[in-house]
Design a protein around this ligand. Sequence first.
Ligand code: CTP
Length: 404
Amino acid sequence: MDKPKVVLGVSGGIAAYKACELLRRLTESGHDVRVVPTASALNFVGAATWSALSGNPVSTEVWNDVHEVPHVRIGQHADLVVVAPATADTLARAAHGLADDLLTNTLLTARCPVVFAPAMHTEMWEHPATRENVATLRRRGAVVVEPAVGRLTGVDTGKGRLPDPGEIFEVCRRVLARGTAAPDLGGLHVVVSAGGTREPLDPVRFLGNRSSGKQGYALARTAAARGARVTLVEANTGLPDPAGVDVVHVGTAVQLREAVLKAAAEADAVVMAAAVADFRPAEYATGKIKKKDGVEAPAVTLVRNPDILAEISADRARTGQVVVGFAAETDDVLANGRDKLRRKGCDLLVVNEVGERRTFGSEENEAVVLAADGAETPVPHGPKEALADIVWDLVEARVDRAGR
Ligand code: CTP
């Protein structure tokens, strides 16, 4: 069988050296990789390195090897194009369809999935021009990976760091396995809740939980990458807003309910990944609760919070709306999951087994997705993005586009 053909575009940023590691992973896992650097990328890593590591010729211009018409052929024959690092300039040229070097020509002739892994200074990433270019590329079906937060070129830190080459490799593998980065959720509006609610006792204290919000963010990011309009209702994650996603920030379960119900009124699917507190303090002290010598510790009385998942499942804002819940179980995972699916009335329930191998805060997840129609989809241990993609596959198969 032919090896899958991958084009690795490299643009001119300091992170170009990290693309060597991505290249090595791709070649070692059986991919035929053709590196297409921009001219400025060669200021960071030379053509000899790319050529030696890939075992293929390297050129930056359309004028080299003209008899082979590489500017057309490389893109046409690729199974995947990944650009890492993608600078602000390369994203802009790609978004505007320029064809002024071999990489941009390749991007225009490629009919395969395209992945961009941006790396740049925080200001450049946050600039409205870059945001719009990213949104354009995503709308057209490219996967634009969120940059990581951390140390940048100099002493500065912030968002804009190239994600770990291993992470980019995983994204490439998933996209190649799906065979598409097509915007199959295009035209759909989805709502995702993420994080954990905080129920205040007084101005400085709250009852909370350990949900990191990472699974919800992975759902939002993958849905946006697959072309959906995404509203992310976020509670206390402290995570930066994903590009191309509308984010509503809330604190408590009551606020989360209000924001989710508002967004759900127009939505094709609602995924409740947030850890919503089942109870809140019955009373809120407007001043800080003080300890007093000789006085007993105060008792906290709790009252039930509304069950948002059950409510939106019972009262669908539109016909054919798909509602997805999450459940964490320690024992009798499947039996408890099935029971919860029935009680909540949702269409899909993602059941995580929690316990010693905890899921909270980690980058990975393992689950089984139960469907109201009886289907069971086991999701092996893997990145939260992989679980997110499976959830969207199942949602996509159930969403009623005709009823919209
Ligand atoms: N959920 C909700 N509103 C709540 C509580 C939970 O919408 N007040 C949603 C969560 O977002 C999640 C699912 O319901 O999708 C989790 O259900 P829940 O009954 O809270 O599960 P557990 O916490 O596992 O509850 P228990 O084991 O107590 O039944």
